[in-house]
Design a protein around this ligand. Structure first.
Ligand code: NI
Length: 417
């Protein structure tokens, strides 16, 4: 069982390349070929959120080929496999999650295994996330954790609903901790961010509909003008971050759409604003929602129009908790060496539906470097985004080792086991 046992020595990796090699060496050449082929196959055949039928079939087949006995479909196009632990006691299971859906983007990577589906691509690396969950299953079948590990392949992350569907399926009801990760080309393969505290933002979309009384553009005094009220509201909303939220707390209010009116000389009946709220703590999230409602009503009243505010429940923030983040750090240090752990330089205001799991259970979300040495930083959700293959070994080995460490800690609290 090769390299995972060698990684439990205290040798420290000195470079990202050394850490990447240590992760890669957890797999035999045959295993790497098999897992790399799975990744390329998923990448060639991307499917949009809630349509991951072929992807789920392929992943289910891969898990069965590995010898996982307990594999089933959940939440439509999700798959869960239960990898038995080595203890004969009944211990709380831990889970590792990989998301599986793609995006409506035309691929321009020029990769040999580029998308064969026009207008759809794995531009967020979920081909790698799905494959590294399978890779973790492979390693856990080889060297099991104390307790059982559930390997969860989750659909529909990009539309923010998949995690909730997985939770509703009941498949994770008895899970004591869950771990997940995301590829990130800001870091080289072999570097990982495993840290406590805020990692991804809460994302809440909103609409505000302002309804007044329309009329002739030449006679505004006979109307209640929602355009002027809307303009005032866009300005006023900027004060939520600058004057209401604690300056030490990251927050964003963006109005991305302002629709109203059709002619230069007609005052319309209604105007619709649409925007997004971002925050990194549950308290600030609620504050932004409350203040948005209040301010919209107050500005509307000042302009004698009516405001209707609609919030579309988004994802909560990811705030990695202790002690589960500590378990992931122990695993990452043992596997990759202490120097592989790098800090997040700034708060990420993007969202991630893994946050729904962390509302219910302990766990940690990790960022895994995915840039080849000397490569370019390319943002996710763009046509040229791709993750280097090395990230697949790091993610697989890290999730497997983290599951082992968490299972050990949960089965013998307070011991070094
Ligand atoms: Ni993603």
């Amino acid at each position: 069982m090769g390299a995972l046992s060698t990684t439990s020595t205290t040798t420290t990796a000195t470079t990202a390349g050394e850490a990447a090699r240590r992760a890669r060496d957890c797999f035999s050449p045959q295993q790497r070929q098999w897992l790399g082929a799975l990744r390329e196959d998923l990448h060639r055949h991307p499917e949009l959120s809630l349509h991951e039928q072929r992807t789920a079939d392929r992943l289910e087949r891969a898990l069965r080929e590995l010898g996982a006995a307990d594999v089933r479909r959940i939440a439509g196009t999700g798959v869960v496999a239960r990898i038995p632990g080595r203890s004969r006691e009944v211990l709380p299971p831990v889970a590792v999650r990989g998301d599986i859906d793609a995006l409506p983007i035309q691929e321009e990577t020029g990769l040999a295994y580029a998308s064969e589906v026009a207008g759809v691509m794995h531009a967020c690396g979920h081909d790698v996330h799905a494959s590294w969950a399978v890779g973790a299953a492979m390693l856990l079948l080889q060297e099991p954790a104390c307790g059982d590990v559930l390997v969860v392949l989750q659909p529909a992350e990009e539309i923010g609903t998949g995690a909730l569907e997985v939770l509703r399926s009941g498949a994770l009801d008895d899970v004591a901790a869950i771990f997940g990760a995301h590829v990130d080309r800001r870091w080289e393969v072999g570097q990982v961010v495993v840290q406590e505290g805020p990692l991804a933002a809460a994302t809440d979309e909103f609409d505000v509909v302002l309804t007044g009384g329309g009329g002739h553009g030449a006679r505004p005094h006979l109307t209640r003008d929602p355009i002027v009220a809307g303009a005032a509201l866009v300005q006023a909303l900027q004060t939520l971050v600058s004057r209401r939220v604690d300056p030490g707390e990251p927050a964003v209010v963006t109005v991305g759409s302002f629709q109203g009116g059709a002619a230069a000389n007609v005052i319309p009946e209604r105007v619709e604003l649409r925007g997004t709220l971002r925050s990194c703590s549950p308290l600030v999230r609620q504050q932004l929602i409350d203040e948005l409602r209040q301010l919209s009503q107050d500005v509307a009243r000042a302009h004698r129009v009516d405001a209707e505010v609609r919030l579309h429940g988004g994802t909560p923030p990811i705030v990695n908790p202790a002690p589960a983040t500590g378990w992931a750090r122990v695993a990452a240090t043992r596997l990759l060496g202490a120097q592989a752990l790098v800090p997040m330089p700034e708060v990420n205001m993007g969202g991630e539906d893994f946050a729904f799991y962390l509302e219910r259970t302990a766990g940690c979300f990790v960022r895994v470097g995915a840039r080849e040495p000397g490569g370019e930083v390319i943002g996710a959700h763009t046509p040229r985004f791709h993750a280097d293959l090395g990230a697949l070994w790091v993610g697989s080995a890290l999730l497997a080792e983290t599951a082992r460490e968490a299972s050990r800690a949960l089965s013998s609290p307070g011991s070094d086991g």
